[in-house]
Design a protein around this ligand. Structure first.
Ligand code: 4AD
Ligand code: MG
Length: 432
């Protein structure tokens, strides 16, 4: 019977066959230990010469790293020695394809080499674990928003507009017209919220940012919820409940992966809503108090500033009410604090930086129009439709965007976002 490694506990005492690859191997004159992987997990296979005979033992000993094969054997408990809890007493091996000179050997390799071999590096235990956590966060996202009554909406990727400013756009031709790859689906999500109430998207976004940091990708995936009739405060509550749900889901469903990645689980266990909140103005004061003299009121925060604030709380922290001048045109001005907008950045602890950006949106036609004018956006062209959403039954509404890769990096404890997406697009890297 064919089975997968993740299901072996259902087959204790039975003989099963798995399609797999050889991850690693060690052997003596009498016994060979094969590290098998089939995508669903990793498991040890044991080949005992005395039991299987000369020929099969010779085959096992001669197997090369990453060769593919059908392996048959009996499943038994390994006494909890490994995450999967079981091993296989191998009775037959049928090699499918022999891999010669697999480049990623068990010894240590440099990052550039591994990135050049990303298509193979993905097979390693650590990368496998990160991808499983990434998948769990995607699953938990759909679970959370479906439970909360949101409808999934898919905004376009080829667009004529630029919600986050025009400097970081990937330009392309759309037949005879100019077009851009989406840097955020937000404007479309706002229109969708007016049709469907509470909506969320999950898709790729593109930023031609010349940033080479551990937090920046050129192509990344964003979750963008948008809610009609939600104000700033309600928006923050959705964000903290959602992020808590992501962390707790990973803890529940990916414990083995997080342990393999040597993540400090006690840190994650404390990530529960509500999250602390500071205003931008308070954050500036906190930084001054901590001795930062390279930041002035009106500046955007750099990585060291974000890290200092988040580390004060050891939990994700909202920085709210930013100066209007340094935020995008669509944010609603705080009626009680002119010059500031009803927005938030959610900063993850441990140096992972901003994982969420959100705001209440300006719903007043004339104010939004003035904001667009101030940002040189053409209200008769690519943004005409957006302005129109404020013409017919405009309502207060809010939303946010969560960057998947930064969230995966933080939850897994992986240092750099390049390991949190299967094929990262980085400055100077379009391969593989
Ligand atoms: O703060 P940002 O730019 O917000 C927006 O795009 C809003 N329109 C979202 C909305 O309200 N619907 O981006 C949101 C998040 C950031 O907090 C960060 O997690 C991630 O997207 N992000 C990046 N992740 C990886 N690489 C980059 N270059 C990123 N830029 C933003
Ligand atoms: Mg932001």
């Amino acid at each position: 019977m064919k089975a997968m490694i993740r299901d072996v506990e259902k087959h204790v005492g039975e003989e099963i066959t798995i399609g797999c690859w050889l991850a690693n191997k060690r052997s003596s004159g009498k016994i060979a230990f094969l590290q098998l992987r089939d995508g669903s997990g990793f498991m040890q296979g044991v080949v005992v010469k005395e039991t299987v005979g000369e020929e099969l033992f010779k085959t096992a000993k001669g197997l090369t790293q990453e060769s593919s094969m059908w392996v048959t054997g009996v499943i038994k408990s390994d006494g909890g020695r490994t995450a999967i809890g079981h091993e296989m007493e191998i009775t037959a091996i049928e090699v499918i394809h022999e891999a010669i000179d697999y480049p990623i050997t068990p010894k240590a390799h440099g990052t550039d080499f591994l990135m050049d071999n990303r298509h193979l590096w993905l097979r390693s235990k650590r990368q496998h674990a990160v991808m499983v956590v990434r998948n769990e966060l995607i699953r938990a996202t759909y679970e959370f928003f479906n439970q909360e009554g949101f409808i999934k909406v898919d905004p376009p990727i080829l667009t004529g507009s630029a919600p986050e400013g025009t400097t970081e756009l990937f330009h392309t031709k759309y037949f005879d017209e100019d077009a851009y790859l989406s840097q955020s689906g937000q404007l479309y999500m706002e229109a969708a919220a007016m049709a469907l109430g509470k909506v969320f998207s999950f898709g790729p976004t593109f930023r031609a940012e010349k940033s080479k940091t551990r937090r920046h990708l050129i192509e990344f995936w964003m979750m963008e919820p948008e809610m009609a009739f939600y104000d700033h405060e309600m928006n923050l509550e959705v964000q903290e409940n959602y992020v808590s749900h992501l962390v707790q889901s990973a803890l529940t469903n990916c414990r083995a992966e997080l342990e393999l990645l040597e993540r400090d689980l006690t840190v994650l266990e404390n990530i529960k809503a509500p999250f602390p909140r500071v205003t931008y103005t308070e954050a500036i004061a906190m930084l001054k108090e901590q001795g930062f003299d390279d930041i002035e009121f009106g500046d955007d925060f750099g990585a060291p500033h974000e890290t200092a604030i988040a580390n004060t709380f050891a939990r994700p922290v909202f920085i709210t009410h930013w100066p209007k001048d340094i935020k995008p045109f669509y944010m609603k001005e705080d009626p009680e604090n002119p010059g500031f907008v009803l927005c938030d950045d959610l900063i993850a602890p441990e140096g992972y930086g901003e994982i969420v950006g959100g705001s209440q949106r300006e719903e007043d036609f004339e104010k939004l129009r003035a904001g667009m004018k101030a940002h040189d956006l053409d209200e008769t062209g690519a943004y005409k439709w957006y302005l129109e959403t404020r013409k017919y039954g405009s309502v207060p509404h809010s939303g946010f965007g969560l960057g998947l890769e930064r969230t995966v990096a933080w939850i897994t404890g992986v240092e750099h976002v390049r390991e949190t997406i299967p094929f990262p697009r980085l400055l100077n890297r379009l391969y593989p």
